[in-house]
Design a protein around this ligand. Structure first.
Ligand code: NAD
Length: 261
């Protein structure tokens, strides 16, 4: 197998939703590539243990527990990150929840609020701080986490799907707003990744496997480190002409389409 090695040394990355799963794997991949990290999310114990792994790699690390639904806290967190590093070149807006999995008529307003507020409003809170900072500093790259469920529907996840379709709409619009400002904004649309979220969505690891494996042509669930590699690619100069895209990374599930269901 060939190896790709990225060099993000002396670069600073803000990673929102980085304590576990895809975010954590991406924080580690950036640190292995030499970047300093400012990680936000929920779960101080995860933030601390991630810090031990990251600082052992010889880069700088700050963790801040922040709820993306809280605009004041998000504003303050971004201010602190900008002050800490001076310039943030890359932002990864990755915080998300699965919420309740059920047919639409069984979902409550609270379910709607949780999924839309974390998955979409939280991203809005992040982007509106990140964009002016990157404009002021002459450029940057942003990656937003959507989902395979942001490009297709899936029975029993109507609000989650709506939030993730929204992520792509927001990504595309912002990408156009800053296309001439040396800022690229892309989304990733992962299929199934073995993380706490997918276990929660389908009621445990085995139930998740039983549900999704038949739908994945490559016959396996991805590892978070594989998604991390896509984020690094989209932030790197190798992706210098890519903006406003939602890159599906799903082992072939999307092209197989509904026939698999
Ligand atoms: N696992 C999958 O199969 C899959 C597939 C497609 C998309 N995604 C998306 O990937 C992203 C990461 O999820 P994951 O699978 O790694 O799960 P995860 O549960 O391991 O990670 C979720 C992250 O979001 C953070 N978060 C949740 N609610 C938050 C809040 N209110 N404020 C701040 N941070 C909050 C958590 O602290 C954590 O860092 C999510 O946006 C999810 O929707 C996951």
């Amino acid at each position: 197998m060939s190896q790709v090695k990225y060099d993000f040394s002396k670069k600073n990355v803000l990673l929102v939703g980085g304590t576990t799963g895809i975010g954590r794997a991406t924080a580690l991949a950036f640190a292995q590539a030499g970047a300093n990290l400012y990680v936000a999310g929920l779960g101080a114990e995860h933030g601390e243990s991630l810090g031990e792994e990251i600082t052992a790699l010889g880069v700088e690390y700050v963790f801040e527990e922040v709820d993306v639904r809280d605009p004041k806290a998000m504003k303050a967190m971004h201010k602190a990150a900008f002050e800490r590093y001076g310039r943030i070149e890359f932002a990864f807006n990755n915080a998300g929840v699965s919420g309740k999995t059920a047919p639409l008529q069984e979902l409550e307003d609270e379910d709607y609020n949780l999924q839309m507020d974390v998955n979409l409003r939280g991203m809005f809170h992040g982007l509106r701080e990140q964009i002016p900072h990157m404009v002021k500093h002459g450029g940057g790259a942003i990656v937003n986490t959507s989902s395979l469920f942001g490009v297709m529907g899936f029975a029993t996840t109507p609000i989650y799907c709506a939030s993730k379709w929204g992520v792509i709409g927001m990504t595309n619009s912002v990408a156009l707003e800053v296309a001439r400002k040396n800022i690229r904004v892309n989304a990733i649309a992962p299929g199934s990744v073995m993380t706490p979220l997918i276990k929660e969505m389908f009621g445990g690891e085995q139930a998740a496997k039983d549900t999704v494996l038949p739908m994945i042509p490559m016959g396996r669930i991805s590892d978070p480190s594989e998604i991390a590699q896509l984020v690094l690619f989209l932030c790197s100069d190798a992706a210098s002409f890519i903006t406003g895209q939602a890159v599906v990374i799903d082992g072939g599930g999307f092209v197989a389409g509904a026939d698999q269901l």
